[in-house]
Design a protein around this ligand. Structure first.
Ligand SMILES: Nc1nc2c(ncn2[C@@H]2O[C@H](COP(=O)(O)OP(=O)(O)OP(=O)(O)O)[C@@H](O)[C@H]2O)c(=O)[nH]1
Length: 319
């Protein structure tokens, strides 16, 4: 569940505790046990989901939907039977809350269930003209809430992707480097499996831009990013660190295998048919992660080797 939905659940819970729970207590005091119970069960569900999301970033849907929601349905049904239109009014907040606390598909099913379960009670209480109006308004509220949650979830996912990915190539960007490499190094320290950093830079890239334009340069960057992704396994990480600079983190790979990887990338690059007959080459610097070095030191070593590769005439691998 996206962070933004958790934030909404949290605020919804706080608003519910402040605005609705006192009303529930008042209902208990006045002997309106059904409304009091309904408010209490929805409150338990919200507090449980909010607390669980806060602690574990997830929650047990069996408790939330297998246990607490059936109680909500039962109470809503009784409320409609006992109190008629007052009972129907309680369907609106229930439908809204369900849209925020459940994954979207389940929320739709839960809301259809709500309407289905209440149908016998509604049909015996009201005449058809009122029933049609009630259903129309309940369905509109459910559909709008669903649409609203879908839009914010989509926007949030787009923003999160932009924050971690380079928009031109779809590769990971520099912002994610520190967290990801720290995790990978922690794993490396536990397992002692080798791990190698591959620092890659396109040679004389400025000339490509200057001669054929920025778009042609972009196309070269995209092709090389695609090649790197193709040559890597799913466990490896490929970053675009800046203009024409890439970094590949090869897991479970020692220096020798990283050299083979780099050679294969250089070879495959020559097989690509670039626009304008371009034949870009890559300089590559390698550094195997060592236990007592920080990732920054290892990255610097890979960069130093890349610098040496540039000074050795480019289209070279050092490491
Ligand atoms: N097309 C394109 N060009 C970019 C992008 N980002 C940076 N550049 C260009 O990349 C070029 C990098 O040039 P330099 O740092 O001089 O490197 P180089 O020409 O490859 O020379 P060496 O690295 O020494 O081989 C600059 O002209 C930047 O404007 C981008 O996203 N797209």
């Amino acid at each position: 569940m996206p962070d933004v939905i958790h934030k909404i659940i949290h605020r919804l819970t706080v608003a519910y505790l402040i605005g609705i729970v006192p009303f529930g207590i008042l209902n208990f005091i006045n002997g309106d046990i059904l409304i009091g119970l309904l408010i209490a069960v929805i409150c338990c569900n919200l507090v449980y989901i909010d607390a669980s999301m806060h602690r574990k970033k997830t929650y047990n849907s069996t408790i939330a939907f297998g246990v607490l929601m059936p109680i909500v349905y039962f109470l809503l049904y009784q409320l409609v039977v006992d109190k008629g239109i007052i009972g129907i009014l309680w369907c609106f907040p229930t439908i809204l809350i369900v849209n925020f606390i459940m994954p979207q598909r389940q929320a739709v099913i839960a809301n259809i269930l709500t309407l289905g379960i209440l149908t016998p009670a509604i049909l015996t209480q009201f005449d058809m003209a009122v029933v049609i109006r009630m259903y129309a308004s309940l369905i509109i509220v459910a559909a709008l809430a669903n649409l609203f949650v879908n839009i914010i979830t989509e926007q949030h996912l787009k923003l999160s992707e932009l924050a971690v990915k380079d928009p031109l190539t779809g590769l990971l960007n520099r912002l994610t480097l520190e967290d990801n490499i720290t995790l990978a190094i922690q794993q490396h320290n536990r397992t002692l499996n080798p791990m190698t950093l591959v620092s890659i830079d396109i040679d004389h890239f400025k000339l490509i831009n200057d001669k054929y334009g920025h778009d042609a340069g972009d196309q070269v960057i995209i092709e090389i990013a695609t090649l790197l992704k193709q040559r890597c396994r799913s466990v490896d990480q490929v970053y675009r660190l800046g203009g024409e600079e890439f970094l590949v983190v090869l897991l479970n790979t020692d220096l020798k295998n990283a050299q083979s990887f780099s050679t294969s990338v250089q070879e495959k690059l020559t097989e690509i048919n670039f626009e304008h007959g371009l034949t870009p080459t890559l300089s590559i610097g390698l550094a195997e992660i060592e236990k007592d070095k920080t990732w920054n030191e290892c990255l610097k070593q890979a960069d130093d080797n890349l610098y040496l590769a540039k000074n050795n005439g480019r289209n070279t691998i050092i490491g």
